[in-house]
Design a protein around this ligand. Structure first.
Ligand code: 5RP
Length: 259
């Protein structure tokens, strides 16, 4: 558990965003994905601070909050479904809730995971901006549950299936106001937060663990695929397939596209 003051936390996010943008914002970028959450505000701040010409640059949001951040910065927002077919984004920046040693991420703390994933997978390079608090040996060390975006009509069935995979007490995320019932995503879907034991990384598998869910212990990739395969699941908040030597202690964690 972090004992940092609130202002130190904000400074850590700002520092991670600065490192990530200064190292990974492409020269003459035309299409830039902008993720969701609080760190992304500092990413946009850092892009402004670069002082580059963005008059022809289109910024692709990953949801309502993200779009407001883009517009408030004076940047041009273009919705994902308005980009011309075949367009590949030059880069996509986003935050994360937790990042493991293999640079897999948990995302969806802000309930935007589906749009975040389609924007990230449409980009040449996905830069996950995570300050040092988020880096852990394994996913589900500090962050306790995997966010799963589901069709409301299927939510209870998905909960049953998640329990069969070993999740103890998966819950539909409530909205801020109890009276309003479950939180709704930008797709009008629900989020189920599914707790699991910490997820095995490559080193664990190389050491002989199978990660096939015995005793509820899963490898990242295996569990992500099993959850994605449940009918009613739109997407799962595990972003895997991130690699790259760009990871820095300050937090600019970059790599290839997530799958
Ligand atoms: C939203 C996300 C965010 O990127 C994640 O929750 C990190 O947020 P923050 O930068 O506020 O810590 O996945 O769905």
């Amino acid at each position: 558990m972090s004992t940092m003051s609130a202002s130190a936390v904000e400074e850590a996010k700002r520092a991670a965003a600065k490192v990530a943008v200064e190292n990974h914002y492409p020269k003459n970028a035309q299409w830039v994905g902008i993720g969701s959450g609080t760190t992304i505000v500092y990413v946009v701040e850092a892009i402004k601070a670069l002082g580059v010409d963005i008059s022809a640059t289109k910024f692709i949001p990953t949801g309502y909050q993200s779009k407001q951040v883009i517009i408030n910065a004076g940047f041009t927002a273009v919705e994902f479904d308005a980009i011309p077919p075949g367009t590949v984004l030059d880069v996509a920046f986003d935050g994360a809730d937790e990042v493991d040693e293999d640079l897999n991420c948990i995302k969806g703390g802000g309930a935007c995971l589906f749009q975040e994933k389609i924007v990230a997978t449409q980009a040449k390079e996905f830069i996950c901006v995570a300050d040092h608090r988020k880096l852990q040996p394994r996913l589900l060390t500090n962050w306790k549950a995997i966010p799963v975006e589901v069709a409301p009509i299927a939510a209870h069935r998905v909960i049953t299936k998640l329990k069969e995979l070993g999740s103890v007490n998966p819950v539909i995320r409530p909205s801020a106001s109890v009276k309003e019932g479950p939180l709704k995503t930008d797709q009008d879907f629900f989020i189920i937060d599914a707790p699991f034991k910490p997820l095995l990384i490559k080193a664990d598998l190389e050491a002989g663990h199978d990660g096939n869910g015995k005793d509820g212990v899963w490898a990242v990739e295996t569990l992500a695929s099993k959850i994605k395969a449940i009918s009613g699941v739109l997407d799962v908040g595990i972003f895997r397939g991130l690699t790259g030597p760009q990871a820095t202690a300050a937090g600019g964690v970059g790599g290839e596209r997530p799958v």
